[in-house]
Design a protein around this ligand. Structure first.
Ligand SMILES: Cc1ncc(COP(=O)(O)O)c(C=O)c1O
Length: 259
């Protein structure tokens, strides 16, 4: 595996404002102008580089932060979200339909545990909690309904470290996605390079690092981020928990200048 340094990847991400400003300009608009209706219709069909429709879909400032986070996690793409829980819940509902199952570590952040245990069953999505270090036990819990194996790279609060390559092996060829919450170990662990399919973050914690906001992110393949933001069927677009651009700009400054 080639050497990867997340801090270099982020520092090499150079984006400028419209007057060459060292920080990119903040797009302080919910909506965008189209000079022709055709262009707008085209954007409904597929994304067009540098062209924006509505800030719940994409916004240039959110895109800058998302691109920086994709670099940090070495993922093809990313999307900044309104909170860590928004990142987790939109990812899970994008992946699971009613009747589907999740296998989750039993030691995860309390809010995620409550989402899986108390909330998702209302929509027919059930979770089996287990010790993910016991790979035989995990294997025995996999059914043809299993869509997701979920863990935290380093768990909150017990700091259990997940064996991401071994879990990725279990997911492979079974159509199961390995979703890893990397909130506790950004820059230290790169789950996608270890075989995870999707990384979620609470930016509220170490990445923003100044306890002045709530934010999150999903880092994944281009295909998955397109699914999340799809105008007709994307959980981000339709549930709407996206980040405000002014906050995206302040987190981006920390990411690019302080990490
Ligand atoms: C590991 C982990 N994931 C997710 C979350 C949820 O993040 P947020 O509070 O930004 O919604 C937290 C919050 O403490 C967390 O510790």
């Amino acid at each position: 595996m080639s050497r990867f340094d997340p801090s270099n990847a982020i520092q090499d991400f150079l984006v400028f404002g419209e007057f060459g400003d060292v920080n990119p300009s903040i797009t302080d608009s919910s909506t965008f102008t189209f000079m022709t209706p055709d262009r707008m219709e085209e954007l409904f069909d597929h994304e067009i580089e540098g062209c924006f429709l509505y800030s719940r879909h994409w916004n240039p400032t959110n895109k800058f932060l998302s691109d920086a986070l994709a670099r940090m996690e070495d993922s093809e793409a990313a999307q900044a979200k309104a909170s860590g829980m928004a990142a987790i819940s939109s990812t899970i509902v994008q992946l699971c339909d009613s009747g589907d199952e999740i296998i989750s570590s039993r030691t995860i952040y309390g809010g995620t545990y409550a989402l899986f245990k108390n909330f998702l069953p209302r929509f027919g999505i059930t979770t089996r909690f287990t010790d993910l270090a016991d790979l035989d036990r995990v294997r025995s819990l996999i059914t043809d309904k299993t869509r997701v194996i979920y863990c935290e790279s380093m768990s909150n609060p017990l700091l259990e470290v997940a064996d991401i390559p071994a879990l990725a092996d279990l997911c492979k060829d079974r159509g199961i996605k390995l979703v890893v919450d990397n909130t506790f170990s950004p820059m230290i662990l790169s789950p996608i390079r270890l075989g995870a399919d999707i990384v979620v973050h609470s930016l509220t914690k170490y990445i923003n690092g100044t306890s002045d906001c709530v934010a999150g992110a999903v880092c994944a393949s281009d295909e998955f981020i397109h699914k999340l933001t799809d105008i007709n069927s994307g959980a981000s677009m339709l549930l709407g928990a996206v980040l405000d651009s002014t906050r995206a700009a302040s987190i981006l400054k920390i990411c690019t200048h302080c990490i």
